[in-house]
Design a protein around this ligand. Structure first.
Ligand code: FES
Ligand code: FES
Length: 161
């Protein structure tokens, strides 16, 4: 972490709430979400844009938060997994992941859920191939993907595949 003198103030809107934080210009959005805002649901794996574990939504679109500087996110709406999780229980998509055994260790899950959320917001009746295409940038080392695809299919408008 950088010296205090090197920090700049940034205003981040995360899950509908505004936060003013002091950050070093080189800090990634992922690190600021996790370490300054306590939003540890954003996971960090490869830190080089390959795994998708750090996926958050920027103005509704999935992005790699390890590849974006926090200062670049000013003026945008950021959504993390905490922002799509109800105060009680799970969202319908999260319930579908649970019901279809679409996670094991859970490391990839926040990124998978947010990526699928964005797809279904854009295409509520997405096909299996569209789901596979949308999730192709999110790596899972546990599930073999089929159960994840099954969960997203089940969560589509119209229910189970
Ligand atoms: S941690 Fe960002 S893509 Fe892997
Ligand atoms: S559930 Fe373990 S990496 Fe996907």
């Amino acid at each position: 972490m950088a010296n205090v003198e090197e920090s700049v103030a940034v205003e981040l809107t995360v899950n509908g709430r505004s936060h003013r934080v002091e950050v070093a210009p080189r800090w990634s959005l992922a690190d600021v979400l996790r370490h300054r805002l306590g939003l540890s649901g954003t996971h960090v794996g490869c830190e080089q844009g390959a795994c998708g574990a750090c996926t958050v939504l920027l103005d509704g679109e999935p992005i790699r938060s390890c590849l974006m500087f926090a200062v670049q996110a000013e003026g945008h709406q950021i959504t993390t997994i905490e922002g799509v999780t109800p105060d009680q229980g799970l969202s319908p998509l999260q319930s579908a992941f649970h019901d279809h055994h679409a996670l094991q260790c859970g490391f990839c899950t926040p990124g998978m859920v947010l990526t699928a959320d964005a797809l279904l917001a854009r295409k509520p009746e997405a096909t299996e191939s569209e789901i596979r295409e949308a999730l192709s940038g999110n790596l899972c080392r546990c599930t073999g993907y089929q159960f994840i695809v099954d969960a997203v299919l089940a969560a589509r408008q119209g229910g189970d595949a």
